[in-house]
Design a protein around this ligand. Sequence first.
Ligand SMILES: [Zn+2]
Length: 105
Amino acid sequence: MYDKACPACGKRLSEFYNTSMLGCPNCYHAFETEIEFALRKIQGKGFHVGKTPQNTALDRELLSEYQRLIKEKERAGVEGRFEDMCEFSDQLLELKQELRKRGLI
Ligand SMILES: [Zn+2]
């Protein structure tokens, strides 16, 4: 199997699979597809964003929440908090769908 490496810190994808830990924030971007796949496999539960009336204030809120979750997830990855990563990943997925529906991303 092809073993990707993070261009920033040199961490290999196989190491991530072994330890569930990322070497640096850039690892998350380098291994994004694989990480998402790993998280999907581990956890199936969803996060529900609830009712969302159309308004731009809410749009902005959703977008800033989206940015925040990405940061939180990266940090969880770097700190090896895999459970938290799963949680953030679920929330991001739901939020992404909502943002797409609203044409924001
Ligand atoms: Zn890295």
